[in-house]
Design a protein around this ligand. Sequence first.
Ligand code: NIG
Ligand code: FE
Length: 392
Amino acid sequence: MAATALVNIGTLVTNDATLGNGTLGVIENAALIFEGEQITWVGPATEAPIADQRIDLAGRAVLPGFVDSHAHLMFAGDRSAEFAARMAGSPYHAGGIRSTVAMTRAASDAQLQENLTRLVNELYSTGITTFETKSGYGLTVADESRALAIASTITPETTYLGAHVVPAEFADDPAGYVDLVTHEMLTACAPHAKWIDVFCDRGAFDGDQARAILRAGIDQGLMARVHANQLQAGPGIQVAVEMNAASADHCTHLTDTDIELLAGSNTVATLLPGAEFATRSPYPDARRLLDAGATVAIATDCNPGSSFTTSMPFCIALAVREMRLTPDEAVWSATLGGARALRRTDIGRITVGARADILALNAPSHVHLAYRPGVDLTHQVWVGGRAHRVAS
Ligand code: NIG
Ligand code: FE
């Protein structure tokens, strides 16, 4: 297999403290080699072995590709009017999901596929090399399972979110909808999904419904993740920790007990700063989570209602400015933190044996991701060793 060397890397973030400086394991004047889909050598440029192909990065920064552990890419239409109304003072509420459900049900498979492809190209262009995506805008057996069938052709990280909200036709029978989600819909969706998720919050599902939904999914071999405490402090974090969920997502409103629970668990706190931005909500304090010992990830939450961004650098900048993470912590959370939230050990790091998911920036250091907000800094992205974007 041909070996490709990236040489003349100004600063290389490895996320392995034994390889370089600080928690990010930064090596200056570095090189790396990958063969096929795997990284096979990492170290100082002066010690790099010969490879078949040599790409000179002229002092640029290199880091692991971002791991976006939370996105909702299976939908049709947009909700720009709802966003504009919100910016004029209307509040965000879970019920807005139903308008995307109507547009998604009306879309053809080809339209859903086309929307997905466009968004995935955007994700890759911002440096994301692994992404999770959920169903949740179909809310019928056929619409949820087709969303997951399409999604699973493009990412292994697919999540069944039939329990996003109770659809209009079940407004008078939420228990009947939970029954559908935990039986017929689950049976149709489980073959295309790795994860099960539930929106445990005001206007969606309560703690007991969330437990029943996650339990049913776990019994079918899915792993749990939870939309928790976005709109108010509630049972979401407790449920996530109890069910050994890989991640509790949003964490906008956290009590001291929630923070202690997260810190004492294997459940990652995934923060979604794009959602606070686009719903004009208070940002959670990531500093408190880190100081307590919790693991923090950052993800885009890309969806048409509460966070229509595909940009991880934008989320990093917000997390630094508004959630009190340092630039180093935010970069860690968007890479290895995301990998932890997906319980993956092969991504989020640049070490021998890891997947060759690599981002080269048009900047001398990863700090520029937060320091230069709104600027496209992507120079080149390699996904499993394949260049996604031609160098500029
Ligand atoms: O993660 N919180 C629930 N689901 C999405 C928003 C869905 C929507 O408004 O369409 C989220 O923010
Ligand atoms: Fe979400």
